[in-house]
Design a protein around this ligand. Structure first.
Ligand code: NAP
Length: 331
């Protein structure tokens, strides 16, 4: 196959962005040791930013977004991988400046690929995708800082979204009492089915923004929204608790004081999946295929094709997606 189907974002001379599905030539892909037939990708918030010209994500157009891909190696000039190997590629520059997973083919450095772990397949890997993987990273880091179910309840913000929904499922599986924050009043039953013990509104989390400390409630927090919700959650951490921060859908900024840190010994932990070293990526994928295997992931899936991506991109940017947008790229 010398040509392949790809979702493409173009920028006009007037600075307007348009999206379409086109045929591209394999010869136009960037250099890299691995040419991969993409079976599945997934839709992440960052893909929405790439598709709408956010310069922090993508600067050069035309461009094919898609920060996630899982599929089969069709050509390899690396001794790490051979033709026919199943691989997962997430993060690094995929879908940012490098042509991404919303296409039947990608070409990437071998150093970006993780061999599909035993017990995982391309579809499951992409239901998890960067969002779910990042939820797992947050939980991994919180546990490294001493979080256990005995320490108390854990809060998840943005809970119907990609990071949030997988975080709720994983924490529930690990025995935590999970409390979920959502702006979607009609999705409480969905969150309860994933394992949430109680549901809070975004407004609940915005109360007390002007107060330096709030009642100690949470042993840990997985936050994908940022803004005042993040810092109000920090102010409600129990003594010694931790919040893992990975997102900014509400705001990249928040007002803060040092008081929760110096009076309650709490921790604000940063989580990044993009530049995480490949050995760490492989370790977390192994966990997700093994002791952190999640039953019931299909409850999160909205299955998309390249042809239905454009409206789904608008919905993820508006905070309206629920669960994970799985993109079936090729059979
Ligand atoms: N650090 C990393 O490596 C990394 C990796 C993956 C994702 N992220 C970041 O994590 C965030 C979430 O990504 P995602 O793919 O899970 O996106 P998503 O599926 O759109 O989920 C975000 C959720 O946040 C809530 N939300 C939306 N707008 C909000 C607002 N204005 N105020 C409060 N809550 C709001 C919504 O859930 P409810 O309606 O339930 O409240 C929404 O579903 C993004 O900022 C993304 O860039 C970072």
């Amino acid at each position: 196959m010398t040509t392949f189907r790809a979702f493409r974002v173009e920028k006009s001379e007037e600075g307007e962005f348009s999206r379409s599905v086109i045929e591209r030539d394999v010869a136009d892909l960037p250099d890299g040791e691995l040419l991969i037939d993409v079976a599945y990708s997934s839709l992440n918030y960052k893909d929405g930013l790439s598709a709408t010209g956010n310069p922090g994500v993508t600067r050069n157009y035309p461009h094919t977004p898609g920060i996630d891909a899982a599929g089969v190696v069709v050509e390899s000039s690396s001794d790490q991988f051979s033709r026919g190997d199943e691989v997962i590629v997430i993060g690094f520059d995929l879908g940012m400046s490098t042509s991404g997973g919303f296409a039947e083919r990608i070409r990437v450095p071998a150093a970006w690929a993780v061999a599909m772990p035993e017990g995982m397949d391309a579809r499951t890997a992409m239901v998890i995708g960067t969002a779910g993987f990042t939820a797992a990273l947050c939980v991994d880091k919180l546990e490294t800082m001493g979080l256990t179910p005995e320490r108390g309840p854990v809060l998840v913000t943005g809970s119907t979204g990609g990071v949030g929904s997988v975080a709720v499922m994983l924490l529930k599986k690990l025995g935590y009492e999970v409390h979920a924050v959502t702006g979607k009043a009609d999705k409480h039953a969905f969150l309860e089915e994933l394992g949430a013990a109680s549901i809070l509104s975004r407004e609940d989390l915005q109360e007390g923004t002007n107060r330096p400390l709030l009642k100690e409630i949470w042993a840990g927090v997985v936050d994908s929204v940022g803004g005042d919700i993040l810092f109000n959650a920090v102010k409600s951490l129990k003594y010694g608790g931790s919040l893992a921060a990975c997102g900014l859908v509400a705001s990249p900024q928040f007002g803060a004081t040092v008081l929760p840190f110096i009076l309650r010994n709490v921790n604000l932990l940063g989580v990044d999946s993009v530049e995480l070293p490949i050995e760490e990526k492989a370790r977390v994928w192994q966990r997700l295929a093994g002791d952190w295997h999640l039953d019931g992931l299909e409850a999160l899936v909205e299955e998309l094709t390249l042809d239905d991506l454009s409206p789904a991109i608008d919905r993820i940017l508006a905070g309206e997606m629920v669960g994970r947008g799985l993109v079936k790229v090729s059979a």
